[in-house]
Write a protein that binds this ligand. Sequence first.
Ligand code: NDP
Length: 446
Amino acid sequence: MNKSIKRSAIVIMGASGDLAQRKLIPAITKMYEQGVIEKNCCVLGNGRTELSNESFRELNNITENKFAGNFHYHQGLDGLYDKVQSLGQFEQIIVFMALPPRVYGSTAEQLYNQGFKENVRLIIEKPFGTDLKTARELNKKLKQFYTEKQIYRIDHYLAKESIQNILVFRFANNIFYPVWNNGFIESIQISAFEELGVESRGDYFDKAGIIRDMIQNHLFQLLALLTMEAPVSLDPEEIRIQKMAILKALEIKECKIKQYEGYQSEPKVDENSQTETYAEMKLGINSFRWTGVPIYIRTGKAVGEKMTSIAITLKKVPRLLFNKENDLKQNKILIQIQPDSSIIIDHSTKIPGSDMEITTTDMDFCFSSSFEGHNIPDAYQKLLQDALRGDQTLFVSAEETELSWEKIEPYLDMGEPGLYRKGRVPRSDLDADWVDMSAYAGSCQS
Ligand code: NDP
């Protein structure tokens, strides 16, 4: 067994739900199969639904798995703590709240009153609140019973390899450090697109909208990692301090919202809904490093492609020696998060045989081809492993959640959005010269 993971019970609250079935149980099954956790760890599913151990295993298609005997089920909250105790002696208990967000606080209280106290870690799913007030209330409630060190607020974006690699790219390579500032960088663009519309999640999404669903959490976190100062160490607290400094200095200058045509007819969506399915923002960071650098964020559903990427455009060279007509392309650093995980650096190159004619060429790195055969854990596996090890690096602090809500609050529920055609990226209403990332699609042969 991996020495750094103690003998643990993993309790899944809401174990009959979609997240548990699609993400959590498969991730835990993999952890058994890969020997990350062993027999002396056990899983206890919990829910109001009546299920036997056997039917719980059947529900999750694990009856044939050789570790199926480690998966148990307990109906209702009554007697849950005693049930855990009856399964063995555990050094720690991880409780995953795969529940409707409105019951996070009350469930935490009930768990505490039952005996889930010391050696307990609570993993809380998104959304963490729906605005600043509700996020504060939830933090306050949780902290009545559990310390910040026991609370693991998930942002599954942070568990993506290509996002964690941003820290390595920036702080383990001396060639990028000197240019990572307003002296050299002209603009930063972050795009996060979904090919599909709301599908079956209309009831959740219609109350949330894309700003709550994507920007307040995932894209602000991504931006913080991209722009923060180097932490003093990799201690989670040190990284959080630097991310907080960015969130404090963040200023939203403009925000435009749109809704795709036909959204109001989607299942479980209000027929007069004004919920935004696309949003774009122009931001600035008021710091010595970033003042003057426009940062653009855009994210949308049903835009015809699934893609998350960062495009960093560098300023022009100080003096033109070549292409004096001024059509020398500016360097770009392109970080693709999905579907490809890659980094591409655009730079100028002399066309062979020409008289100093210049073209743009790429230097690229692809995770899939450079690390072929590597076992890349899925986001939930990574997050569960980290929670089992007590590593909070990829989890978001109470202060970060509240500060993000504080910044985004004036842009929630902005009223009637403009319309865009389903299946297309909407025309931007910002002054951004968006980099065409589709030009780089497929550059990574996965
Ligand atoms: P589901 O509705 O599918 O499942 C939640 C489970 O919680 C249900 O199976 C239900 O089990 C239990 N539950 C429902 N209502 C209550 C209640 N009032 N009190 C106690 N238990 C209740 O939701 P998901 O699995 O999709 O999501 C769970 C959480 O994870 C949500 O907060 C969601 O926002 C978040 N999330 C989900 C993602 C996903 O891909 N599904 C992605 C990101 C976040 P029972 O009836 O047996 O009690």
